[in-house]
Design a protein around this ligand. Sequence first.
Ligand SMILES: Nc1ncnc2c1ncn2[C@@H]1O[C@H](COP(=O)(O)OP(=O)(O)OP(=O)(O)O)[C@@H](O)[C@H]1O
Ligand SMILES: [Mg+2]
Length: 386
Amino acid sequence: MGILLGLRVDQTGDGDAEGKFLHCPRPRRVQGDEEGAGILRLTGSTPTVDRHLTDRPPRAPAGLGIAPAESSRHGIAVASVERLGKRYGRRQAVDGVSFEVKEREVVGLLGPNGSGKTTILRVITGYLRPSEGTVRIDGFDVVRDGHQARARIGYVPENAPLYGHMRVDEFLHFMGRLRGLRGGALRRGIESARARLALEPVGDAVIGRLSRGYRQRVSIAQAVLNEPKLLVLDEPTNGLDPRQVIELRGLLRTLARDSAVLITSHVLAEMERVADRVAILLDGRLLTVHQLAGAGRGTSLRVRARADRADEVAVALSGLAGIGGVTREEPEGGLAGWRVEVSEAGAAPRVAAALCLAGIASVETVETASDLEELFLRLTASRALQ
Ligand SMILES: Nc1ncnc2c1ncn2[C@@H]1O[C@H](COP(=O)(O)OP(=O)(O)OP(=O)(O)O)[C@@H](O)[C@H]1O
Ligand SMILES: [Mg+2]
């Protein structure tokens, strides 16, 4: 946080009616600004530009000492995905994806068909080996400590196969034994799963004759038998009717009290209702991690710099923590532009200050994107510009 010590907040706004500025003192000569002060605009709608463009920004300090914006609201990370890549032969299905799922948090992986959602879940759950990067579950690496990692995960695959001829209790018993549960632990696991998924009335029912909603609950029950730290569900609402979708939503919120939950969907509205944060994927790449629930909704920063400095800006941005995603915007008045998603509003000043110190001329906060659909469209459209 030492990075902030050199900054002075001018609450008077220096005669600017739109908002306050952060003055970012610079030890070097700044082109067209003998005082050596870059300016960051933290509120307002019009970007301040060229007089603050520097000749040569300092190299972006690694990490910049900024805490990831996502660390504050929930506890420690249950799942940490770092620069994950997965190739199928020559096809790069997942590329450089990083995100975390914290205790008691529901994180949604959102993306169109083929964007890599299922592939990421399969690597996290140990069914596929990553081509690049690492995944840790409760600190255990899914490759090196696969057994430990898997013991902490409950997985509900898409169209989870169920033994249709088995009765519900029989199936849960069978799956519990497969997980290595025995005796009292097995009994307690089954009782708790039956209660949490409200399966008591159908314990003796043959699975194949249950409604789809009940079959879905049986799938989830088998995944929580071992009280997992992380519950992973691939498109769990597929094929459910509206009432069943609503019930499932309630169930997931309840389950999230005991396990962190990672869920995929390509339905935006569904994610808005159930997830705390949503990671948006396109073509195997993460576009942003966006805060949905609670007070800390996402904020974005608009960054402007001279077009010939674009590479340096990109390097500076890639070195910053606390950023959900970066997309290019249409050039404006000869200046290149970026929209930088900040996962929590509170992190915006820190990220803006860091960009300033890295020599980026103009940073402006813009209205919070509260509408996931709008965010998704903007992010996916801006990819076409890159
Ligand atoms: N076993 C495989 N072999 C080769 N390519 C694969 C394999 N599995 C997935 N792919 C490809 O990898 C990409 C990502 O697939 P994935 O199933 O992870 O996407 P998804 O986001 O889950 O899609 P959907 O919404 O359709 O479930 C796709 O282009 C897909 O065709
Ligand atoms: Mg899928």
